[in-house]
Design a protein around this ligand. Structure first.
Ligand SMILES: Nc1ncnc2c1ncn2[C@@H]1O[C@H](COP(=O)(O)OP(=O)(O)OP(=O)(O)O)[C@@H](O)[C@H]1O
Ligand SMILES: [Mg+2]
Length: 425
């Protein structure tokens, strides 16, 4: 078990900076994922933790003690690589047991002749065999011990690589894109297996991936990297619900967040395609901003529909993708708006016919993410009216109004949420 701390880690290759002042504190037993686009420095960072690459400056601490002077095998961490790094001429048993043989047998005991004669060697090998069998049983590859890597599927090879790490009982597992060579279906399966393995072992996992779905589904916390820095670190839901930065907002979430250009109006509100939204950003009038709207935050309705508290953008359906449980709709915004929006609706949503191609895209302004011109999240956005204020009233959350727009008579309670009706007829 290990707490892993990184203090101001920087790294340059030939004068070119690749990591800049990385600070990270991974708790004992935590599953932390480093995620980011190709080339952002994930592998370099995990290799520095493993001791496979020296940092240019800064320090790595394991359980509070600096390990910068220790060689990889002395750090009590085990690395699992994307390439599996198995020895092709060795059987599964030897591939997994090798680290134990190297640490427990001396040079003579590894020689062919001594193998036959040494009683100590026989005893040590019996211990190693039982440990290898225990690990392979956990990974459900105990029937494959006599095979060579070339006789295994990708998923089985990956398990052998995991087994070789597990058999050492490391204080922390370091994994660099271990699932990237697997096909999509197996990746989904192995995702669950890895998460369950982590639960079972309770050991610290530091996991590298460029796949945000892997990061979101397995991790306790996610650190999103960009250009050698950590942009945001938090629980998966934090990065999705409150991205600190435009890059995080764009990277996390499938399909990606919709981004629209906006600015601060002369009255101090957020202005989108000439219309003022009931939210204020404390920025000077005219300041450029970007508004982010998640695809699932948009409700579709026939053009001309309005809902209290919701903002409307007109659009035209360009393309619909049926994914089974949901439809992904690509919609071209029409005047006065412009650009393309992707929104997702449930698979049983009424089919959109060519007649319904003129659409109203409705969303709650309070559901928007607002970013300044540098891409930083603007946190001091405030509701400009009661309609946009966060509310505990289920009507307000569902419809953006404190009164239910669905019921025919005023004063009648709404069956789903018990609130008063809006209509008077
Ligand atoms: N040994 C090296 N010499 C010079 N530059 C290097 C070396 N290793 C990595 N780099 C550079 O450092 C940067 C970060 O590389 P790194 O492998 O850490 O990225 P990554 O985030 O793991 O990318 P990927 O998702 O493609 O694996 C890249 O620009 C890469 O070209
Ligand atoms: Mg890499």
């Amino acid at each position: 078990m290990a707490r892993v701390e990184l203090k101001s880690i920087s790294k340059s290759f030939g004068g070119v900076p690749v990591l800049s002042g990385i600070e990270l504190d991974v708790a004992d037993g935590e599953f932390l994922t480093l995620v980011g686009a190709s080339g952002c420095g994930k592998s370099t960072l995990i290799r520095i933790i493993a001791g496979l690459e020296p940092q240019s400056s800064g320090s790595v601490l394991i359980n509070g003690a600096p390990v910068d002077h220790l060689r990889p095998h002395e750090r009590q961490v085990a690395m699992v690589f994307q390439s599996y790094a198995l020895y092709p001429h060795m059987r599964v048993f030897a591939n997994i047991g090798l680290p134990l043989m190297m640490s427990r047998l001396n040079l003579f005991e590894r020689l062919p002749i001594i193998r036959m004669l040494s009683a100590r060697r026989r005893r040590v090998m019996a211990e190693i065999e039982s440990e290898v069998r225990a690990v392979t049983k956990q990974l459900q590859i105990d029937a494959l011990l006599e095979r060579r890597p070339s006789q295994l599927s990708g998923g089985q090879r990956q398990r052998v690589a995991l087994g070789r790490a597990m058999v050492r009982h490391p204080a922390a597992f370091l994994m660099d894109e271990p699932l990237s060579n697997l096909d999509a279906k197996l990746r989904v399966h192995m995702r669950t297996e890895l998460a369950e393995l982590h639960d079972r072992l309770g050991t610290t996992f530091i996991y590298v991936t460029h796949d945000q779905v892997e990061a979101m589904t397995m991790s306790d916390r996610v650190a999103m990297m960009d250009n050698g820095t950590i942009l945001q670190i938090g629980r998966p839901g934090d990065l999705y619900m409150r991205p600190a930065n435009l890059k995080v907002a764009q990277f996390i979430g499938t399909p990606a967040i919709n981004l629209l250009p906006a600015k601060v109006s002369s009255a101090g509100s957020v202005e989108l395609f000439g219309a003022e939204l009931p939210i204020r950003a404390r920025r000077p009038a005219g300041s450029a901003m970007t508004l982010g709207i998640r695809p699932e935050a948009i409700t579709l309705a026939p053009l001309g529909t309005s809902r209290p508290g919701m903002h409307l953008l007109p659009g035209r359906l360009r393309r619909s993708e049926n994914l089974g449980p949901e439809h992904m709709l690509h919609i071209d915004l029409t005047s006065p708006a412009s650009g393309t929006i992707i929104c997702s609706v449930a698979g049983d949503h009424e089919p959109l016919t060519s007649d319904s191609r003129g659409l109203a895209l409705l969303f709650m302004p309070s559901a928007c993410h607002v970013f300044d011109v540098e891409g930083h999240r603007i946190d001091d956005v405030e509701a400009a009216s009661a309609a946009a204020a966060p509310s505990s009233d289920p009507h307000a959350r569902a419809f953006g109004a404190t009164l239910c727009p669905l019921l025919p008579k005023a004063g009648e309670p709404c069956a789903p949420c018990g609130g008063p009706a809006a209509r008077t007829s």
